[in-house]
Design a protein around this ligand. Structure first.
Ligand SMILES: Nc1ncnc2c1ncn2[C@@H]1O[C@H](COP(=O)(O)OP(=O)(O)OP(=O)(O)O)[C@@H](O)[C@H]1O
Length: 294
């Protein structure tokens, strides 16, 4: 699709794109936090923004949420410039920030019911509490919740308005492995229901499991955008073929693993002992990218 810029961009691209960003810059008193980012997040996709501490993820996301002012560049979110966003736009967007809101003496149920009142099209609060796995804590005061349970409450508040677009900033930080898997199930359900999701995360397994596409931000620049399987030519470059010989294990690095396996099969006259073909993990390519960007 032709990408439009200028006055027509918000109108036309809003049909297929939940988010469009062109030449986004953010400077904090001489420090450049976001340095010319171009990005599209398609409607209905789960997009994960990766990057080391201080890369500019939160700044970018908070500009798109309408919470921070950009220095320059263009951005539209659901067809609207987030800087000019109004109450009607806020109804369509769900936000889960990094820091937890404090509601002290209110119960989980009270908080979720309270937030539901802000939305014209709110979901059933009790059903949402159930979906985020807090059913057995619905009567608990929020101050007694564990870190992971507070995070689930944040997610409940992010989705109570049935958002078209959900922002999740490091949603599973502090979750135990079981809670993380349950949360992934919840995100998949939301995505299957058509919600567009932009998440930031430091967990590469989370990005790999959830995201249709990932973007890697390094020093305020987006250095790569691709599917998790293809990022950094992961799917095509540099496979390692491993096998066992009577003298011990052997490995060969190759761009043509099929040819190596065929050669080995001929050499062994059939099955190759302990044959493995591995590609770089998402973590391998990510670490290479953030090293290369420094
Ligand atoms: N309000 C602010 N004033 C000045 N500098 C800021 C401000 N907010 C962020 N920064 C700086 O901008 C850069 C990007 O920060 P940002 O929080 O966007 O990074 P991040 O990728 O979200 O990091 P993390 O993974 O640690 O959350 C950092 O160098 C940070 O110190």
């Amino acid at each position: 699709m032709k990408i439009l810029t200028g006055p027509l961009m918000p109108i036309v691209n809003a049909v297929t794109e939940a988010i469009t960003v062109r030449g986004l810059h953010k400077r904090y008193k001489g420090h450049v936090a976001v340095d010319g980012v171009d990005l599209d997040v398609h409607r209905g996709e789960v997009f994960a923004l990766l990057g080391p501490n201080g890369a500019g993820k939160t700044t970018t996301v908070e500009i798109l949420e309408g919470f921070r002012k950009r220095t320059s560049g263009e951005a539209t979110v659901l067809g609207v410039d987030p800087h000019d966003a109004d109450a009607a736009w806020r109804q369509r967007v769900g936000i889960v920030l990094q820091s937890t809101g404090e509601f002290d003496d209110l119960t989980v149920r009270e908080v979720v019911h309270h937030f539901a009142q802000y939305y014209r099209n709110a979901d059933d609060p009790d059903a949402v509490i159930e979906r985020v796995g807090l059913a057995d804590k619905r009567g608990a005061r929020t101050r007694v919740l564990s870190g992971g349970q507070k995070r689930r409450l944040d997610v409940a508040l992010g989705i109570i308005g049935r958002p078209e677009l959900l922002f999740l900033d490091e949603p599973t930080t502090g979750f135990d492995p079981e809670a993380r898997r349950e949360f992934w199930g919840l995100i998949r359900q939301l995505a299957a229901g058509g919600t567009t999701i932009l998440l930031t995360t430091h967990y590469l397994d989370e990005a790999e499991t959830l995201a249709d596409r990932v973007g890697v931000l390094v020093g305020g620049k987006l250095v790569a955008v691709d599917t998790p399987a293809r990022l950094g030519n992961r799917g095509t470059d540099g496979a390692t073929v491993g096998w066992r010989t009577p003298d011990g294990p052997r490995q060969e690095q190759t761009d043509t693993p099929t040819a190596v396996v065929a050669r080995l099969a001929e050499q062994f006259g059939g099955e190759v002992p302990d044959l493995t073909v591995t590609r770089p993990s998402l973590e391998d390519v990510y670490l290479r990218m953030i090293g290369a960007g420094e």
